[in-house]
Each structure stands twice: as C-alpha cells, then as structure tokens.
Design a protein around this ligand. Structure first.
Ligand code: GRF
Length: 216
C-alpha cells in the first residue's frame, strides 16, 4: 500500500510548465507527493487555468494590493498554504524575492528550480548570460531555498550542450525540457525522504546518476 503522500504547494507567477510537469508526475498513484494547491501572485499567471482544468485547487494572492509590504503579502500567502495543509513548497517560476521570515518558516521544505547550473548565473536572464559568457555546458538546478538568492544546497542538476549559433530561445527550450524531467524526480526523492538516486532518463547529463550495477 502506498504511504501517506506529502502535501505540496506550487508557487508560480507565469505559464507554469514546471508546475504542469509536477502535476503530471503526481498523477501516478505511487508518487509520494500530491499537489494540494497551486498559488500565484499574479491573476494573469497562465498556470492557474492549467491547474484548475486538472481539478487542482488554486489560489491567487496578488502582491500589488499590498503596495510594497512584502511581509504582509507573504503572511497572506502563508495563510493560504496553511489552509491547504501544505508541507512542502515547490517554487516554479515564482518571481518574488522572499523575506527571511518566509524562508525561515519553510526552511528545509522549500525547493526551487533555477535555469542554470548554479552557482553560475544566479538571478534572471540566465540563458542570455550563458550565451554571452560562451559556456559550452548550461542547464538547470533544483535546490533548497535559503536566504541568499539561488544559493541553497543543490539537490540535482541536468546539463545540456550550448550549440554553435544557439539562440536564447533554443537554449531555453533545451534547458526547460530538462527542468521538466528533474523537478518531478527531485520532488519524489525529497517527499519520500530518500537521497537522490533515480536518473533522469532523457537528460543529456544528470546528477545524481543511477547506482552502478552490483559487482558479484
Ligand atoms: C523556469 O525556467 C524556471 O527554471 C524558472 O522560471 C521558469 C518558469 O517557467 N525559475 P514555467 O512557468 O515553469 O514554465
């Protein structure tokens, strides 16, 4: 019998393709987490409609009415998460800087996906910056959220090549495909409280790697 599934809240600000990947994974009966809430800080976040259409509870807590009172906005977000019984938060394109209060409240149980091989290219415009820097490998990172932006302990990364004449869009799409593979994989391991072990089958290069075959 499957164990108790961890309750996950996904925070988004936009299209929510990573959220959709998490929902798809969590649809499997043996997935160790269930998405109990998708919350956005923008009413026009496309991911809200996607989640609703799949029957997932959604909430919108727009930040604008709080007029710069970041803490008050976060208290409202936390209330919604608490009301849904959220145990683990997955940030998935949630474009808000978080206060130490919010980070501390969810310490050790808040994940983020970032579109670069951290610690390279924290912050925004990662694909353009990777092209500008001339790196030959780029990718994505799932990490625990700590107070420093994009600085928390790394749980998994997937790397992709940067090809000659790549456009920002082409590179972003190549990385995004890997994001959709590793985020559900990491959440599964995290929710099941097992160290990362499963490979991402479609990844060009993914760490953690599969366990080596046993030597007899
Ligand atoms: C992704 O590239 C993610 O890594 C970054 O924001 C983007 C969100 O895309 N944090 P989506 O909304 O999941 O499609």
């Amino acid at each position: 019998m499957a164990g108790v599934r961890k309750k996950v809240g996904v925070l988004i600000s936009g299209r929510g393709s990573n959220m959709t990947a998490l929902l798809a994974a969590a649809a499997a009966p043996d997935y160790p987490a269930e998405i109990v809430l998708v919350l956005a800080n923008r009413e026009d976040a496309g991911g809200l409609a996607t989640a609703s259409a799949k029957g997932i509870p959604t909430a919108c807590v727009p930040h604008r009415p709080f007029k710069g009172d970041r803490a008050a906005h976060e208290r409202a977000v936390a209330e919604a998460l608490d009301a849904a019984g959220v145990e683990i938060i997955c940030l998935a394109g949630y474009m808000r800087l978080l206060t130490p209060w919010f980070v501390g409240r969810y310490a050790g149980r808040m994940l983020n996906i970032h579109p670069s091989l951290l610690p390279a290219f924290p912050g925004v415009d990662t694909h353009a910056r990777a092209l500008e820097a001339g790196v030959k490998l780029h990718g994505c990172t799932v990490h625990l959220v700590t107070e420093g932006m994009d600085e928390g302990p790394i749980l998994a990364q997937a790397a992709v090549p940067v090809l000659p004449d790549d456009s920002e869009e082409a590179l972003a799409a190549r990385v995004l495909a890997q994001e959709h593979l590793i985020y559900p994989m990491v959440l599964a391991d995290f929710a099941a409280e097992r160290p990362g072990s499963a490979p991402s089958p479609g990844a060009v290069l993914c760490n953690p790697l599969p366990a080596p075959p046993a030597v007899s």
